[in-house]
Design a protein around this ligand. Structure first.
Ligand code: C2E
Ligand code: CA
Ligand code: CA
Ligand code: CA
Length: 279
């Protein structure tokens, strides 16, 4: 509600004020976070879907940003990424993340896959192709080991530009996955139009696998659809053995979720990446 005359506040919403203040403060803090070394990365295993955890071989990781705020402690990326997006900070932050991820993965004795999230602003506004290309050269990471995750929302707005970007990225040899599949709109037309290598089935469907038959039907259909389009399928948010065995039985290619491993500093997965030491 807008104020009509000075001094008269018609609808005072203290919680909203607080939220706006919070965001403003967080934004100021966030602009210092990279320099202050408060940002870090967590890595979550991605595995081939098997009939048990032991049979689900880990073939890579998704990198997830973490912010340790000096006063607030851990701030969720679900909170700070949108702030970084709105303020344009995402360009600098996204570049830092991509560089760290590629450097890290290039240092692993085992040549596992690594996936990194690209935000809409990063994808559509910066020179994402130039950035990925130069960071691959700089770090020496084999392009085939890098996967870029984007949500379908990223491509909304400028179809031609989106398609051109995807093609140029793929020409570098990196893979592209559609994140959070099923959580937005127009998913089917996007799948037809854009050359994704992989579909990530949104956690919302996986959670409901055992609870409602509709989710099972949707997951089955997405697996078939993706395979029909020669894309591979990974399910997110796999927390239970029942979910894993259902997905493996239905021919889902990959799985990711707490059952296989939580997002943790890479030192916690030293053995998996082929490093002897544990940090
Ligand atoms: P996302 O890309 O869909 O990442 C998956 C989220 O699900 C992560 O949350 C992960 O910790 C969580 N997750 C994974 N397995 C499970 C599970 O079994 N159960 C449950 N309940 N959750 C699980 P996180 O790390 O809080 O990240 C939230 C979102 O923030 C990400 O969603 C992504 O959209 C964004 N984000 C995180 N890191 C980055 C980044 O480096 N760049 C950009 N642009 N966005 C990022
Ligand atoms: Ca993701
Ligand atoms: Ca996701
Ligand atoms: Ca998500």
């Amino acid at each position: 509600a807008k104020q009509k005359s000075r001094g008269t506040i018609s609808l005072y919403q203290p919680e909203m004020d607080q939220q706006i203040r919070d965001r403003r403060v967080l934004h100021q803090d966030l602009s210092m976070a990279i320099r202050n070394g408060e940002l870090s990365l967590a890595f979550q295993p991605q595995a081939i879907a098997g009939h048990s955890v032991a049979e689900s071989e880990i073939i890579g990781f998704e990198a997830l940003a973490r912010w340790q705020h000096p006063v607030r402690g851990q701030v969720s990326p679900a909170e700070f990424i949108p702030i970084a997006e709105e303020s344009g900070l995402i360009v600098e932050m996204g570049e830092w993340i991509l560089r760290q991820v590629c450097r890290e993965a290039a240092s692993w004795p085992k040549p596992l896959q690594v996936a990194v999230n690209l935000s809409p602003a990063q994808f559509m506004h910066g020179d994402v192709v130039g950035l990925v290309h130069s960071i691959l050269l700089e770090t020496g990471l084999a392009p085939g080991r890098l996967e870029l995750e984007i949500t379908e929302g990223v491509l909304i707005g400028d179809f031609d530009r989106g398609l051109a970007l995807l093609r140029r990225l793929k020409a570098l040899g990196v893979r592209i996955s559609m994140d959070d599949f099923g959580s937005g709109y127009s998913s089917l037309s996007y799948l037809q139009a854009f050359p994704f290598d992989k579909i990530k089935i949104d956690r919302a469907f996986v959670i409901n696998l055992g609870r409602n038959p509709q989710s099972a039907a949707i997951v089955r259909a997405v697996i078939d659809l993706g395979h029909g389009l020669e894309m591979s399928i990974i399910a997110e948010g796999v927390e239970t053995l029942d979910q894993l065995t259902f997905l493996a039985k239905e021919g889902c290619d990959g799985v990711q979720g707490y059952l296989l491993g939580k997002p943790l500093p890479i030192g916690q997965y030293a053995g998996l990446v082929g490093r002897a030491e544990t940090m």
